[in-house]
Design a protein around this ligand. Sequence first.
Ligand code: UDP
Length: 237
Amino acid sequence: MPSAYKRILLKLSGEALMGDDKYGINRDVVEHIVVEIAEACQLGVEVAIVVGGGNIFRGMKSAGDGMDRVTADYMGMLATIMNALALQDAMRRKGLISRVQSALRIDQVVEPYIRNKAIRYLEEGKVVIFAAGTGNPFFTTDTAAALRGMEVNADVVLKATKVDGIYSSDPKINSNATRYHHLSFDEAIIENLQVMDATALTLCRDQKLPINVFSIFKSGALMRILMGKDEGTLVSN
Ligand code: UDP
């Protein structure tokens, strides 16, 4: 069965890479994610990834503790490069070929972001991991996911979280919370549902790039989305 999407932009937050640990990269979790990605690749889906960094460093939090915000944000972006390298290495161990492209230049370690090259890699069936967010302080990797998704003409942004979609309230606190199957961008923005920041949502809304929020920890969830099944929450126009 062919995939509903030819090219996807998968957003992996730092929290997703951390699993139940308090900090850093959980090897088992990363290996599980790689298996899910490999299945998508076997289906012929082109996979671009934006990785977060919150499992290592979050700029806003450190700025709140008195650190200069721009310095803290650069540290956050560097954290995403560490995650990208860990993910690339896990992929290599599984036999998946990937390339890391960074929005900040550290040429000895990763190649810089070059859109045409990224698109060529995707066409060749390589996974492309975008690191260092947008390369600018005051932004988030969610916004980078929206931006890179638009730049590489992805059909959808798949936001992997620990929860299997967007709920009316926090399901961990409220047992009556219900999962939204579908939301419009305006509903997601107005209700401030904490799914993605408003900048990312507005970008996706304006470029008509749908977002599917799903749990990366639910086995086969990524595959079900690719098969066009109702999984998580779809945010679209
Ligand atoms: N960051 C930034 N500009 C960007 C993307 C990220 O300054 O374009 C910094 C910011 O400090 C952020 C950190 O990198 O806190 C990690 O990114 P994010 O919080 O989006 O990661 P996630 O929540 O997905 O783990």
